[in-house]
Design a protein. Structure first.
Length: 145
C-alpha cells in the first residue's frame, strides 16, 4: 500500500470516529425545542380529562358523574406545595410531591349538583395522575321561616 493510500485511510477512520462520537454524544441530548417545559397555563380541559382517564379512581368519578365540570386549575409552585403540606385542609393532596416548579397542576372537578367533587394533582413531568381524591360536599343550612 502506498503512503498516499495509508494517509487517506487514516484520515477516513479519524473522520468516521469523530462522526460516530458526535452522534453518540449528541443524539441522546434533547433539542432546545423538546427541552422547553410545558406551559401549564395553556393545558386544555381535554388534556386534563385525558390524563385523568389513566387513573382508576379518577376514571370512576368521570364515569359516575358525567355532568362534571372543572371548577379550578391551579399550577402548583414549590411554595404552594409547602403551604399545602402545612395547611389545615387537604394535606394529603400535597404530600410526597417534589418541590419543582411547572410540574404539577391541581384540577378540582365538581358534578352539576355540587354534591361530589374530585381533587386531583396531575404530574406533567411523568404525564400521570399523582393524586386523586373524591370529595363529598356536605351542606348544612337552616330553612328560612
Amino acid at each position: 500500500m502506498s503512503r498516499k493510500n495509508t494517509i487517506i485511510l487514516i484520515l477516513s477512520l479519524v473522520v468516521l470516529l469523530v462522526a460516530v462520537g458526535y452522534f453518540l454524544i449528541y443524539s441522546n441530548q434533547p433539542t432546545e425545542e423538546n427541552n422547553l417545559p410545558l406551559d401549564l397555563s395553556n393545558v386544555s380541559d381535554d388534556q386534563i380529562i385525558s390524563l385523568l382517564r389513566t387513573n382508576e379512581d379518577a376514571l370512576w368519578y368521570l364515569d359516575k358523574y358525567k355532568d362534571f365540570r372543572i371548577e379550578k386549575k391551579i399550577i402548583l409552585t414549590p411554595e404552594s406545595i409547602v403551604a399545602g403540606q402545612e395547611g389545615e385542609n387537604f394535606k394529603e393532596v400535597y404530600q410526597d410531591l417534589d418541590l419543582e416548579a411547572n410540574r404539577y397542576l391541581r384540577a378540582d372537578l365538581m358534578n352539576a349538583a355540587g354534591s361530589w367533587g374530585l381533587i386531583s394533582v396531575l404530574d406533567f413531568k411523568t404525564n400521570s395522575v399523582a393524586k386523586a381524591f373524591g370529595l363529598m360536599m356536605l351542606s348544612a343550612g337552616i330553612e328560612a321561616q
